[in-house]
Design a protein around this ligand. Structure first.
Ligand SMILES: [Zn+2]
Length: 369
């Protein structure tokens, strides 16, 4: 049910919404705008709009940008994956502080491409998959071994904190959440719990034409019955039984990323769901889905959107991001950048949504000595 870090593969199958800019009609160049921090266009390096859209979203997440601007990452940088991380840090710095209206992300792409050659093929890729690869690489390069509090659900009422050794990084501190699944055997009603970390929540779309983000969330978190091949072995009955499964959030991430499953498979027929999903810009309330003891900051505000236009086998990605300096929304379409009114942020093309539970401050540059 969660989008976890997938095993790297060369085969980016058609099971995702892909990007291809060839058939996309370019918009006229926008007029020159005053230049603000973090308002920088990115060159398309051949079907790389999926990458540009994700980079813009990451560059709008102030605590992440500040971490790289401050140079804090240098002290924890591991040898593995350091090229990707160094290239990412310099790209974020250029995008945030850069004096030009537009820069090229080619050094970052070639660093990532040396690990995952599929990204160098100039072919269509899925923005959600790309995001997970980038976050995973950054985490691997920046992780530190430490004692950490984790949460374990023991019963319907009891969620216990326990200290365990684990690896944390700026990525897990910002993006990692935890789901707790309660699994009840429908024969003996014995209940077990299973925890799972997530960085992106992939949400089903329960309607054809229009629904709300809350409808998608309700659908994701509703009780599910596991039957037939999906039966679970009950430790009490000691055989496979039908079970009722329900997920709740046992640790809410600071930045929660929602991915809409716009790709629908019915037998051999694949199609893109074009449902107009309504989502709030402020005060998204996750209270109903978070374990009661962990409802510290249940209200979330939208900070970035990735849009997908066109079909599954081709199409184009853009991003809408809120800038922490101007507090205005901007549309990023590769090199084309323009300010947009809040009312334009809601679109039927939304594919990924980034929400934050705390307001962002303006990233501070270079605090190292
Ligand atoms: Zn049982």
């Amino acid at each position: 049910m969660t989008s976890q870090r997938p095993f790297p593969t060369d085969d980016f199958s058609a099971y995702y919404v892909l990007s291809e800019c060839a058939d996309y009609e370019p918009l006229p160049e926008s007029e020159t705008q005053p230049h603000f921090q973090g308002v920088t266009g990115l060159r398309n390096l051949g079907n790389t709009c999926y990458m540009n859209a994700i980079l813009q979203c990451l560059c709008s997440i102030s605590p992440l940008v500040e971490y790289f601007l401050s140079g804090k990452y240098i002290t924890v940088l591991q040898t593995d994956g350091s090229d990707v991380t160094t290239a990412f840090a310099s790209l974020m710095t250029d995008m945030w502080l850069g004096d030009s209206d537009c820069i090229s992300p080619e050094i970052f792409l070639s660093a990532l491409g040396s690990l995952y050659p599929a990204f160098l093929k100039k072919t269509q890729q899925d923005a959600q998959e790309f995001l997970i690869y980038v976050l995973n690489e950054l985490h691997e390069a920046l992780k530190k071994y430490c004692q950490r509090r984790a949460y374990e659900k023991r019963s319907a009422q009891r969620c216990v904190k326990k200290v365990m050794a684990s690896e944390t990084s700026i990525i897990t501190r910002l993006f990692e959440g935890q789901l707790s699944y309660s699994i009840m055997c429908l024969k003996c009603e014995n209940c077990t719990y299973k925890n799972d970390v997530f960085t992106v929540l992939s949400l089903p779309i329960p309607a054809e034409y229009q629904c709300s983000l809350q409808d998608c969330l309700q659908c994701f978190f509703q009780q599910d019955t596991l039957t037939w091949n999906n039966q679970i072995r009950c430790s009490f009955c000691e055989i496979k039984q039908e079970a009722a499964v329900r997920a709740t959030i046992s640790k809410a991430p600071k930045i929660v990323v929602f991915h809409f499953k716009r790709f629908d498979i019915q037998g051999t027929i694949k199609r893109k769901l074009r449902t107009d999903i309504r989502y709030p810009l402020t005060n998204l309330d996750l209270t109903p889905y978070i374990c009661p003891v962990f409802r510290k900051h249940p209200k979330y505000n939208l900070c970035a959107v990735v849009n997908h236009f066109g079909d599954l086998d081709g199409g184009h990605y853009t991003a809408f991001c809120k800038n922490s300096v101007t507090q205005a929304w901007y549309s990023f379409d590769d090199t084309r950048v323009s300010e947009i009114p809040d009312t334009s942020v809601q679109t039927a093309t939304a594919y990924l949504l980034f929400y934050s539970c705390q307001p962002f401050s303006i990233p501070i540059q270079n605090r190292k000595s």
